[in-house]
Design a protein around this ligand. Sequence first.
Ligand code: CA
Length: 661
Amino acid sequence: MKKQFCLATLAVALSVNAQTLSSPDGQLSVTVGCDNGIANYMVVLGNDTVVRKSPLGIKTNMGDFSKGMKLTGSTQPQSVSESYTLPNAKKQNISYTANEATWMFNNEKDKPAFSVTFHVDNNNVAFKYDVKAQGDRRSCIVTEESTFYTFAQDTKTFLCPQMTPQTGFARTAPSYETFYEYDAEMGKDGWGRGYTFPALFKVTSNTLSNKKGQGESYIWVMLSETNIGGNYCASRIVSADTQSYRIAYPEQSEFGGVGSTAPGLMLAGANGEIPHAETPWRTITVGRTLAPIAETTIQWDLVKPQYEASKEYKYGRSAWSWIIRMDASCNYDEQKEYVDFAAAMGWEYLLVDAFWDSNIGYDRIEQLSKYAQSKGVGLFLWYNSNGYWNDAPQGPRGKMHRMIDRRKEMAWMQKAGIKGIKVDFVGSDKQQTMQMYEDILADANDYGIMVIYHGCTLQRGWERMYPNFVSCEAVRASENLSFGQHDNDIEALAATIHPVLRNAVGNMDFGGSALNKHYSKDNKRGKTRVTSDVYALATAILFQTPVQNFALAPNNLDDAPAWAIDFMKAVPVTWKDMKFIDGYPGQYVALERMTGSKHYVAAVNAADNAYVKEINVPANVKEVTLYSDDANLNGSVKQVKVKKGKVKVTVPKNGGAVIVY
Ligand code: CA
């Protein structure tokens, strides 16, 4: 890992009223200024204004720095670059080159108030605030942030409404589990409390819309944030007016009403750099296609590992009884049946879900773990996160929220050979909660335990910050396919947005790829799957997380097509690289993932018309394996000759296609 700084040769305007920082390729730029005492910024791609002039500012218990500001200067742009590896994310070998500069603002008394550092690479703009100590202060409370994102009025939005705190199952909301709005108008505010990150906007291009042959006529913009553990709260965006969204902090009623909505912030003071003395990075990913968004690594470029991995974590495929058989399946005999199923699939893990403490017990979990290990299968155990913030009755309860109890539990896990935990029902973005997420990860690493979070916030850079982090749910996931038919009816529609939005910013524990026709043990009752078997295979590729809890069931060894089972036996869950191919959220999506030796191209379609696409393959590939559906969603697999470097796929509504070579 190396980080290099060198002076760049960028031209900088001499005036301090407004200055521009450009990306290395010169196409993407941010202009920072100050008008009428309000700091502001603007993002431009080519000749298109992407984010219009929008306020910057911060309100603290030391002073209100959202007005009365004066821009006093900026640093010379610096080129920053770095290469690093991530074994647990969508890309393994990552490198970036960007330009950075910092703008300084004084308050009404003409004393330093804050600075804003911008980081601009060819597809991302990111910024963070450094609040300046006032007098002897070495800490402050940030009561409000005046960070705005202003777009043209005709911009379309793809947003996920923030849930109402202390609602949902057993007061476990918010947990990023609502339906996205697609192609919606600006000015909406979700359920009255804004939207979760990541947030997607489609901005009409001023320069290209009327000229043919110059590429897309709109620009995709994704807003998110990164580098948040216990150092800050997580944020959302709320509607400020018909053209603007602004950063909002958590609501008081989150986390059972316990804990502050306002983050506390260390101040660097005169002693120079202090870790976490700045706000998190807010990120703006920009592209004329969705490729820069689906492929972005900005969430990891701007963070650092917070501790060393205590061992080499091994990722893999996982069986999971709960999604098909629910709570009743959490007994020794059925979990043993699922161990045998995981072993038959050649999978590495089994996730034992809620109520194992009462239905199986600690002694027999040790037995189950021993049995599983003899079959080459490791166990993940479910835990209720709660202490004092929700009413979820599922056990084990009260084991994760306090360090002393947690470490005792993890010492037992280590002895019993448990490989990971899934911690559920958190329901808050407060700083106190973010600290708990971080603390559980740090303690788990001491005992060699991997961590999946459910009913939770969105991770913000965690794949790189915490090496034993596997994934967050933070999506309306497969459990809803078991709970309601509507989720099944729009399953494919929802799947078209995740690879280019939610999953673009981090690993996603969706728990999908069911091959049952019905969500029940006998596969006759329960909610009905309307997607095809090839769709199930395609989403195993499209949805990425390094420990995938697949919804396959033991009966699928007999009742699912042999080609589907064989595919799922061999399916990878760790990848060297990925590439966006095509897509429009709400209609269809196609992308490619690579293991190093194998390429998988996967597509699904939610539109009424079949999705037809010529997929490019390298010149040396003469033949590929193609999994595809006919018009009636009957799947099959065949070897297909490559014609002129292309393979044609046709994907009917609710169907899928996968190319392997
Ligand atoms: Ca959930």
